[in-house]
Design a binder for this molecule. Structure first.
Ligand code: 16G
Length: 250
């Protein structure tokens, strides 16, 4: 190999990588998640497969592309980024709709059970009072955002099949929509199984959120434990100085 060739080569990888990055950003492969095969791409970009492979591996290191074992090379789409105010009592479907994302769920568990002692205590029900349990992977425009484990006393939702796309819509339809809630947030590390569901690396951080929601008469209607992806959510809270601390108060 001449020294000229060895000098020129890295520049070619970089140029091919740059072209690919530009094409992806410009929407050339917008209708697909998977990158076209090596043969097709090397013909399209008029480079050798070796050069193409090197450019692709640089884009993998950068995070523009990723390999899925046995499935090919994929384009990492921009993640939905959600600023979620902590003061509004809304549900996931409603939140996502407001932001222009399509909310969907994968049901992980759904049925009628007896509560665990913790669930009974949180919901204020007896250990013999049935609850419905609804565990869902929540997605925004097909991107997994959170895993939610909700428990609701069965007296509010007699049959879990009554819950369609939205739990809050189902509660609303029966006049049991919560009007007040308490939330506790904590940073945690995702379990391996939950990381796989959320499509993030094992050991990734998560925002663990417990919500206890109440009806107008003070009865508890929902106890939900959720694991939110740390890379897609910002929870925002508004703070005000108490009136007694304000200068120039009249
Ligand atoms: C939100 C709530 C969750 C509630 C769900 C209802 C948080 C942390 N959690 O995800 O407690 O059960 O919305 O959503 O905000 P749905 O009406 O779409 O089923």
């Amino acid at each position: 190999m001449t020294s000229e060739a060895s000098l020129a080569r890295p520049r070619l990888y970089a140029r091919v990588g740059e072209t690919l990055r530009r094409e992806i950003a410009g929407g050339r492969f917008a209708d697909t998640e998977i990158l076209p095969g090596e043969r097709e791409l090397s013909a399209l970009l008029e480079v050798s497969r070796t050069t193409l492979r090197r450019a692709i591996s640089d884009l993998v290191v950068e995070g523009v592309l990723y390999h899925r074992h046995g499935a090919g090379t994929f384009i990492r789409r921009a993640l939905p980024r959600v600023d979620q105010p902590l003061s509004r009592l809304t549900g996931f479907t409603q939140d996502m709709r407001l932001r222009g994302f399509l909310a969907s769920s994968r049901v992980l568990e759904r049925g009628v059970f007896l509560p665990t002692p913790e669930e009974a205590m949180m919901l204020g029900v007896g250990l013999n009072e049935a609850i419905i349990r609804l565990s869902r992977l929540r997605l925004a425009s097909d991107v997994p955002m959170a895993i939610e484990h909700a428990v609701i006393p069965q007296r509010y939702i007699p049959d879990p099949a009554m819950v369609g796309a939205s739990l809050y819509d189902a509660l609303e339809a029966r006049n049991f929509r919560p009007v007040r809630a308490l939330q506790r947030l904590r940073a945690m590390v995702l379990s391996e199984a939950d990381a796989a569901l959320l499509d993030v690396q094992p050991g990734s951080p998560t925002l663990y959120i417990q919500r206890i929601a109440y009806l107008l008469d003070g009865r508890c209607v929902e106890f939900t434990r959720s694991y939110y992806r740390a890379d897609t959510y910002d929870f925002i809270s508004e703070m005000t100085l108490s009136p007694s601390m304000r200068k120039g108060k009249s």
